[in-house]
Design a binder for this molecule. Structure first.
Ligand code: PNS
Length: 162
């Protein structure tokens, strides 16, 4: 069964990677869909995000990474996926994900599975990672080394939330 793990991943964190890895154990094959949320500015360009995730998941069998434009429901149809997997940390995540799940179910007939964030990564967010990086802090506890290095190269790691 093919599942899609969608997100903006600006940047990808160990929390995202944990959800992707658990999704492969549940569904066998996972396509990570790297998209842009309309109206947001991203710190890392989409193609660079795709490369960072591809290398961070290189050791995970069954994982592919693609850039996504357009609707997530159309992307799922194109790659033959019937399931979307998202991680949820707190109630505010759930409120947002529930709306997305209903929209994607209505327009694409695709089912969404919400995975609770694991205890270790339950509060980590790309927003806070960017903020620590912006102030020159060490983000190596939250992201792979190559991602930390990519953040250090950015002039001002502000970006969008996520
Ligand atoms: O959780 P994120 O990082 O905000 O997710 C961003 C993304 C790109 C996955 C999301 O905005 C998305 O699915 N965009 C595609 C457009 C779409 O399908 N919109 C309708 C369903 S909400």
């Amino acid at each position: 069964m093919i599942a899609v793990c969608p997100g903006s991943f600006d940047p990808v964190t160990y929390g995202h990677l944990d959800v992707i890895e658990r999704a492969t154990r549940l569904f066998g094959e996972v396509v990570v869909a790297v998209g842009d949320n309309h109206g947001k500015q991203y710190l890392i360009a989409r193609d660079e995000r795709v490369g960072l995730i591809a290398r961070a998941t290189a050791g995970m069998p069954g994982v592919g990474v693609q850039a996504m434009t357009g609707l997530l429901a159309d992307f799922c149809r194109r790659v033959g996926a019937t399931i979307i997997v998202k991680g949820v940390r707190f109630a505010s995540d759930f409120d947002y994900e529930l709306q997305m799940a209903h929209v994607n179910g209505a327009i694409g007939g695709v089912e969404t599975v919400l995975l609770p964030a694991s205890r270790e990564w339950g509060t980590i967010s790309s927003t806070f990672v960017r903020d620590v990086a912006r102030h020159g802090g060490d983000v190596s506890a939250f992201v792979p080394a190559e991602v930390a290095a990519a953040l250090r190269r950015k002039p001002d790691p502000g970006g969008a939330d996520g």
